[in-house]
Design a protein around this ligand. Structure first.
Ligand SMILES: Cc1ncc(C[n+]2csc(CCOP(=O)(O)OP(=O)(O)O)c2C)c(N)n1
Ligand code: SF4
Ligand SMILES: [Mg+2]
Length: 322
């Protein structure tokens, strides 16, 4: 345990506060839990490393860090983070995260998962989390395949992908994550790549700073069941990594061509670009969160009930049911 900090009482600090224990620095060692069980070379390692770095950089209060996930290789994430965490039901992490975020708005709710978890079984929940604009940071490791269950077609698998469920090649139109999230109403939507650690960290920090339902799609290679799929997007493998140039609002002719992140239609246009597409923030808006709207409603009710406690309100509700 850390030592006690004594603040100068003459500076106006009450004696009780003056005795608060000082915080230990949040280090990688403190945030690291189990050794990751992913295959050597899996893109998800870089995501975990970037997340550790962001936590260290931002020095969040350790006890306020919550990591949640559904099921999948990528969804094993909470095991590897020393904080509050739940490895939950396949596709149901958004509703779980919603409850935690609404009940405890003081916590930092981070959600992790895969393309199957988020766009297949959990696709409907993602839409509702987005339209309700519930405050959380959702990181989707998209490898275009079901990794954990050993190579089935996922909702983002490209047409022609041969898997155990499509031995002759996938025939269904894949989900376009950016379009789905824009249409769903997410208020922060970004795209990054697991080989681009600096960019990935920047996107995590911006998503974290955003109030509302923030989602990052990260291309993260499954070296076991869909190797080399992201080559065209990986400069280290001779491909391209084109970053969205955002408007600077500096009244220059160049700025005309830059992307306005508040423009939904412009975000759609970027989402239409062929694979590997572009990377960065597609869309951001400051629509009120459900957390803020609900707080207003709770505060009004509390005022009407003369500041009754939660227990008293619950008792009154039960009394009405009699
Ligand atoms: C209700 C339910 N249906 C199906 C499964 C089987 N299952 C586990 S993980 C998974 C897909 C995971 O794919 P993805 O979310 O893309 O994660 P990845 O392993 O690729 O990181 C499936 C179908 C399950 N665990 N629970
Ligand atoms: S199966 Fe694929 S996604 Fe799962 S750990 Fe291995 S490389 Fe990563
Ligand atoms: Mg997957």
């Amino acid at each position: 345990m850390s030592e006690t900090t004594t603040l100068p009482v003459e500076a106006g600090v009450s004696p009780a506060i003056a005795e608060l224990p000082s915080r230990e620095k949040l280090t990688k060692k403190a945030i690291t839990a189990d050794h990751p069980t992913w295959c050597p070379g899996c893109g998800d390692f870089a995501v975990l490393a970037s997340f550790y770095k962001v936590l260290e950089k931002r020095q969040l209060d350790h006890e306020k860090i919550v990591t949640l996930a559904g099921i999948g290789c990528s969804s094993r994430f909470p095991y590897f983070v020393n904080g509050h965490g739940v490895h939950y039901i396949h596709g149901r992490a958004v509703p779980l995260a919603s409850g935690i975020s609404l009940a405890r708005p003081d916590l930092h709710v981070f959600l992790f998962g895969g393309d199957g978890d988020g766009f297949s079984i959990g696709g409907n929940h993602v839409d509702h989390g987005a339209r309700k604009n519930i405050n959380m940071t959702y990181f989707i490791m998209d490898n275009f395949v079901y990794g954990l269950t050993k190579k089935q077609t996922s909702p983002t698998s490209p047409i022609g992908f041969k898997s155990k469920t499509d031995p002759q090649g996938a025939i269904d139109q894949p989900v376009n994550p950016m379009k789905k999230l824009i249409a769903g109403g997410a208020t922060f939507i970004a795209r990054t790549h697991a080989t681009q650690v600096k960019h990935m960290m920047e996107m995590i920090e911006r998503a974290f700073d955003h109030q509302g339902f923030s989602v990052i799609e990260c291309l993260s290679e499954c070296v076991e069941f869909f190797p080399d799929v992201f080559d065209p997007a990986d400069p280290k493998k001779g491909g391209s990594f084109e970053v969205i140039q955002e408007k600077k609002w500096d009244n220059t002719p160049e700025d005309e061509l830059r992307h306005d992140v508040t423009d939904e239609l412009a975000a759609y246009k970027l989402a239409q670009l062929p694979f590997p597409g572009v990377f960065g923030v597609f869309y951001q808006s400051d629509r009120p969160t459900k957390n803020a709207l609900e707080k207003k409603w709770i505060d009004n009710t509390r005022e009407k009930t003369g500041g009754a406690s939660d227990l008293e309100l619950l008792q009154k509700t039960f009394d009405r049911m009699k």
